[in-house]
Design a protein around this ligand. Structure first.
Ligand SMILES: C[S@@+](CC[C@H](N)C(=O)[O-])C[C@H]1O[C@@H](n2cnc3c(N)ncnc32)[C@H](O)[C@@H]1O
Length: 343
């Protein structure tokens, strides 16, 4: 989008503020916490530090300013309409699908109105999703790195990408596995309409299907690989369990599950900061994901060899030795959830 000078200045200010929150306030809070460690109640100990109010306030406020800035810029351009392009991509919407309350009750990640309300919501999500990564994912390198390093080299007949949004997680799958049938699943019709247009513009034969990840509509044992990126931290525990059960149902014997998301790192300060990031960022199910033993949930629902593997979104991608990158600034604890269905 071509921002006006005023819009750009406003967003540049927010991005600079967010940058200082990540690279200055977070290390300052961490250094204060280390000098006054009370492991018994880590949350209370973090809250006692002098930098905490600045850190917490800046975290929520800058995120709100960012999404609001993008939403106002999109709305200033008038209504948009997606989903009318022609090309190799396909769109299957389900007018009967009712969106769960837990999905519509929150402005997820502080995006005003969420990602599902209108075609403008998809525009706001597309532009905001770049800005929120502080420019690090402008070319969707995280998603390409996930596909390149976390997906084993095999011949897949059918790949399902759950919670595909406007498709940025789905395009690299089709590019790497052009002979596979690739289907992106999402609840949000506006995102799927935009996904259709973006895939057609890139000449990618992907099907985008409106469905719940808990009930995808695929036949039993008909999918070889099920993926998702930044999806499972947005669903409550019962939906996660139902989604894992659905993956077991649709995966063919020997089929693979690969989800890029977030997990605990074992660093108590970093982990509580991430729980609170979820709380302050209107990601109501993030704390539940971080406290869950997700590999155990996978195994309890019939998957095997389930584990989290650390992921470096800026460089190496999947880190097979599970060593978390050493970085001082705030950053997401990216990890790949890996599991498979017994052959
Ligand atoms: C943070 S976005 C991630 C989008 C995309 N995978 C990416 O990495 O850019 C999460 C997506 O999950 C979708 N979603 C949330 N709950 C869902 C569900 N139960 N079934 C299908 N999609 C869902 C949302 O509509 C949203 O588009």
């Amino acid at each position: 989008m071509d921002f006006t000078l005023e819009e750009r200045s406003r967003l540049d200010f927010v991005l600079a503020l967010r940058g200082r929150w990540a690279d200055t306030l977070y290390p300052a809070l961490k250094s204060q916490f280390q000098s006054d460690t009370n492991q018994a109640d880590i949350r209370a100990a973090v809250h006692r530090q002098p930098a905490y109010p600045w850190f917490a306030f800046t975290e929520r406020t800058s995120q709100k300013m960012l999404w609001r800035g993008v939403a106002e810029a999109v709305s200033a351009r008038g209504p948009s309409q997606h989903g009318r392009s022609s090309g190799p991509a396909r769109l299957v919407l389900d007018p009967e699908l009712s969106l769960p309350d837990w999905y519509t009750d929150w402005d997820i990640h502080l995006q005003p109105g969420g990602v599902w309300r209108s075609d403008e919501s998809a525009d706001v999500y597309e532009h905001g999703a770049k800005l929120v990564m502080l420019g690090d994912n402008d070319d969707y390198g995280f998603h390409r790195s996930f596909t390149a390093t976390a997906i084993p080299d095999r011949s897949y007949r059918r790949i399902a990408d759950l919670g595909c949004g406007f498709g940025k997680s789905t395009w690299p799958l089709k590019r790497r596995f052009p002979d596979a049938e690739v289907i992106g699943i999402d609840l949000a019709a506006p995102c799927l309409r935009l996904a259709l247009d973006r895939a057609n513009a890139a000449d990618l034969a992907i099907e985008f299907r409106q469905a719940d990840g808990q009930a995808t509509g695929f036949a039993d044992a008909s999918v070889d690989l099920v993926t998702s990126t930044m999806f499972i931290h947005e669903i409550p525990r019962p939906a996660l369990v139902a989604t894992l059960a659905e993956c077991v149902r649709i995966l063919a014997p020997g089929g693979l599950l690969r989800f890029l998301d977030f997990t605990r790192t074992g660093d108590p300060f970093r982990d509580i900061a991430m729980v609170e990031h979820g709380e302050r960022n209107n990601e109501p199910f993030m704390p539940g994901l971080l406290s869950a033993d997700v590999p155990a949930l996978c195994e309890a629902n019939g998957l095997c060899n389930a584990r989290w593997v650390a992921f470096d979104e800026r460089g190496a991608g999947r880190l097979p030795d599970c060593a978390w990158p050493q970085r001082t600034e705030w950053h997401f604890p990216w990890a790949v959830l890996e599991a498979e269905k017994a052959a």
